[in-house]
Design a protein around this ligand. Sequence first.
Ligand code: SAH
Ligand code: SF4
Length: 414
Amino acid sequence: MSASFRPSLAVLAAPSQRPSRQPTDARPGVSGIDAAALAAWLEAHGQPAYRARQVLDAVWRGGVTGWDEVSTLPAPLRAALEAEFRFDTVADTDVRDADGGLTEKRLHRLSDGLSIESVLMRYPARGGRRERATLCISSQAGCAVGCPFCATGELGFDRDLETAEILDQVRHAARRLAAEDARLTNIVFMGMGEPLLNLDRVLEAIAALNDPARFGLGARHITVSTSGVVPGMQRLTALGPQFTLAVSLHAARDPLRDVLVPLNRRWPVAEVVEAAREHARVTGRRVSYEVTLIDGINDTPADATALAELLAGDHAHVNLIPMNAVAHTPWVASPMPVIERFAATLEAAGIRTTIRRNRGQEIGAACGQLAAEHAGDPAPAIVARRRARLVDESARALRGERTEGPTTAVAVGE
Ligand code: SAH
Ligand code: SF4
C-alpha cells in the first residue's frame, strides 16, 4: 500500500505545544525481555541458573520500583542489570481518580518526553460475580487513524510503543492492586493507538502477559480492539486463538464510516466484517463489535437497521458505548432512550447487544483524553474549521454521499 499519511490538523497546528523530546534511553526495558534471553544474559555474566527466577520475580511479582531495591540480588549484579536494562520505561506524571476511586487514570511519561495513558477500572463483587479489575492500555503514542470523535485521533501519531512500554503500564497497575490485595483480571488494548499497526510488539507483549513465568494472565482475559486493519486481522486469524478481538465498527454504511473511521476508505466495512467473521470461524472465538453512539450522527433508526442487516446470523456481540464528549468536536453522546432503541433493533435481529456505561467521564477516561489535555489546545480557528468540516462531512454522509479523498491514510505493510 502507498505510504500517504496526511497528519491531522492538530499535529500541524500545535508543534510548539508538543513536549520537547529528551534523548531516548537506549537500554531496553527488562519487562520486554523474554525468559530465555534473560537466562542467556545472566549465564553470560557468570550467574547461576536460579538468578533468572529471582530477576523475573522482582520484575513481575514484587513491589519494588528499581534495581537498587531488589535485595535478593548481589549488588554487583544489580549494577550490571541497571547498566543493561531499564527496570521501568514509564513514569507516572498524573494519576486521577473518578467514580469514588473505582476508576483511576494514569498519564505515563516515556523516556523521550511523550505521554501515554492507561485506565484502571475496578468492579466490586456483585451477586455471584467475583471482584474484577480491568486495565485499559495504550499501544502507540498517538494514533494515525484519526477518528474524529477520539481524543487520540486528534493528537495525531507520534510513535509505536516498545514492548516494555506496553507491559510497564500493566506492571504499574498490578503493583497498585497488589498493595490492596487485589489483582488484575482483564486487560484491554483500548487506550491510545491502533494495536494492529504495532502488531509485532503487541504480540510480544501479549506473550509476556500470557507467560506463567512472567504475568500469567489467560488469553481469554485479554482483548485487542482494532479500527479495522484487515491485514492485521488476517495475521491474527492465522495465529489461531490468542485473545478476544474487538472491532470498532461505529457505522455499517460506508459513507458514514469513511467519516468516523477514516481507515474505512482503505478497508471498507464489508471487508472488515468479513475478516472478523473469518476470525470467528477459524478460532471459534466470538468477535465483539464496538459502536460509539453519537447524537444524530450514527444513532438513527436507519443506522440501527443497517447494522442489524450487516451482522444478522453472525456469532457476534455488539457493545454500544455513549460517546464521551471530546473538546474539539461538535458531537455529544446519544441520549439513553435512543441507545436503548438502537439496542432493541439489534436484539430483534438476534444480535447479542450490551450497553456500556462510560467510566470516569469526569477525568476524561475516554481514549486519549487526558494526554490530549496535556498536549494543549489547538488554536480556536483550527477548532472552528475542524468542527465545520465534521458537520459538513457527517451531513453528507447521512444523505449517503461519500466524501472524496482520504482524510487519513495509514502506512502499513500488507
Ligand atoms: N484504535 C483501537 C483501540 C483504541 S480505541 C480502536 O479504535 O479500536 C478504543 C475504543 O474507544 C474504540 O472502540 C474507540 O472507538 C473508542 N473511543 C474513542 N474515542 C471515544 C469517545 N470519545 N467516546 C467513546 N468511545 C471512544
Ligand atoms: Fe486511533 Fe482507535 Fe482513536 Fe480511531 S478510535 S483514532 S483508531 S485510537
